[in-house]
Design a protein around this ligand. Structure first.
Ligand SMILES: Cc1cc2nc3c(=O)[nH]c(=O)nc-3n(C[C@H](O)[C@H](O)[C@H](O)COP(=O)(O)OP(=O)(O)OC[C@H]3O[C@@H](n4cnc5c(N)ncnc54)[C@H](O)[C@@H]3O)c2cc1C
Length: 446
């Protein structure tokens, strides 16, 4: 198989170096963010132009090789690498071009969130995305994309106006709401199922000063804090977004305010009084700092598992279960995180995009983190059991981007039957042989 793949890459005239085992850079580029996904592809290519992406896709198709498409390398189950197949690493396609008059950004398919923010934020603009700057724009966007600015400006896909895609059939197509409405629908939440996105076009939104409140409460007060947080979050303006992170060390509540300096203290300081024991305060913070302040916590090469879901609201029983779970977690870095949603995310109709879960009030994530392979089983077991328990208390939709397990049931469970079938028909048109199958896979309709 690998001999055939290498011959096809050569025949296709791929101009970028082909890294195979033994190449001096092979070990560097075979690594992905999650240390668990320690795989050995037959070859890795890092094209810096769309023609070479097309050649690599054609070579994988012609040799029937397993193809892993990599943006930022942050797939939780390690779907952007593989054993024996071809890794198509897009990290050199990370250029960003702004058109400030049109309030739009052209973003390469291998850019990271930090690349996008560094280009736009100093100009006073933002495209809402995730909360860790080393995450890839591509994988995040194709699944939906949620973060601090989502309640104000929507998911990342709600700012997507077009994309350039290399298809399994060997074409480069430009997609938007007019040129191919169905594909544009599927791209907004359907993951990497329909082709390699080499360029995204995003709308830019104005960004003013940012204020952040951050408090740590002891675990003994977690119940009181989370129930008080639930009450305080109700009816908030969309300039305000909160998160909580619960671990054996306590509960961290963060609140971000985009609504200007005058009211920042008024809106943020109550989150320091959810119990009498809160330690922290309110500060002005650059958006770039906000987006990178947890980068080291989620650094490359540690061992991770995560599984998430959506709540309509924070439930009493879920809170009790969470507190029990973190108190018995296998490592101190095992956490449950929740991001407040609603606002602009819920303005968009559930049927308007493939992404499912528009009505959710919160996104939650059980995320064990550890360093030793010997702890894999108990840490993954902890994550699964907490998530399965919370899933029973969650709405019937899910976010494909943060599921530590992969398999056909994941996509079906996330999208529901009707959307899954629509995605499967689109998949049959774009990728009938399922070349792009290393993802939360949608099997082509027959
Ligand atoms: C530390 C961390 C923080 C995160 N924070 C957030 C967050 O705040 N908000 C949020 O919404 N999500 C978040 N996520 C989840 C994140 O959205 C997914 O892990 C996403 O898949 C990462 O994209 P990537 O490009 O880095 O991943 P990769 O591993 O490179 O790709 C993941 C999948 O996306 C597809 N893909 C990647 N690039 C392309 C491309 N150019 N064209 C077509 N398909 C492609 C492939 O199917 C691939 O298997 C976070 C994940 C991590 C690990």
């Amino acid at each position: 198989m690998s001999g055939l793949l290498l011959r096809e890459l050569s025949a296709a005239g791929c101009r970028c170096p082909v890294m195979t085992p033994g190449h001096p850079d092979y070990d560097r580029y075979r690594k992905v963010w999650n240390g668990i996904a320690d795989r050995r592809p037959a070859a890795i290519v890092r094209p810096d132009n769309v023609d070479d992406v097309l050649r690599a896709v054609s070579a994988a198709a012609a040799s029937n090789a397993l193809l892993a498409v990599r943006g930022g390398g942050h797939s939780l189950p390690g779907l952007s690498t593989c054993d024996d197949g071809l890794v198509l690493d897009l990290s050199q396609l990370n250029a960003i071009r702004l058109d400030l008059d049109a309030r739009s950004a052209e973003v390469g398919g291998g850019a990271l969130l930090g690349d996008l923010d560094i280009a736009t934020v100093p100009k006073g603009f933002v495209t809402p995305a995730g909360v860790i700057s080393h995450t890839g724009v591509a994988g995040l966007t194709l699944g939906g994309g949620m973060g601090w600015a989502s309640r104000k400006y929507g998911l990342t896909i709600d700012s997507l106006t077009g994309a350039e895609i290399v298809t399994a059939g060997g074409e480069v197509v430009r997609v938007d709401a007019v040129s191919d409405q169905e594909l544009f629908w599927g791209l907004r939440g359907g993951g990497g199922n329909f082709g390699v996105v080499t360029r995204f076009t995003f709308r830019l939104h104005p960004l003013g000063p940012v204020f952040v409140g951050q408090w740590r409460y002891p675990l003994a007060d977690a119940r009181q804090v989370l129930l008080a947080l639930r009450e305080r979050n109700r009816g908030q303006p969309r300039d305000l977004t909160t998160t909580f992170t619960l671990s054996g060390a306590g509960v961290d509540v963060a609140a971000v305010w985009f609504g200007g300096e005058g009211e920042a203290e008024t809106w943020l300081s109550p989150f320091g009084g959810l119990a009498t024991t809160g330690v922290g305060g309110v500060q002005s913070m650059s958006y770039l700092r906000l987006q990178s302040r947890n980068d080291a916590h989620y650094r490359w090469s540690r061992r991770y598992y995560a599984k998430g879901g959506f709540w309509s609201d924070i439930g009493d029983e879920a809170v009790d279960r969470l507190i029990e779970a973190v108190a018995s977690a296998p490592t101190p870095d095992c956490e449950v995180y929740a991001l407040q949603l609603g606002g602009a995310v819920s303005d968009v109709d559930e049927a308007a995009t493939a992404y499912s879960g528009r009505s959710a009030g919160y996104y939650w994530l059980a995320e064990p983190v550890w360093d030793e392979a010997a702890d894999d089983e108990r840490c993954i077991g902890w994550g699964r059991s907490v998530a399965d328990d919370l899933a029973d208390r969650s709405i019937k939709a899910n976010y494909v981007n943060e599921q530590g397990d992969a398999g056909s049931g994941v996509a079906l469970g996330a999208y529901g039957v009707a959307k899954y079938q629509r995605l499967a028909r689109l998949k049959a048109r774009l990728d009938p042989s399922n070349l792009f199958r290393l993802n939360q896979n949608i099997e082509p309709a027959v």
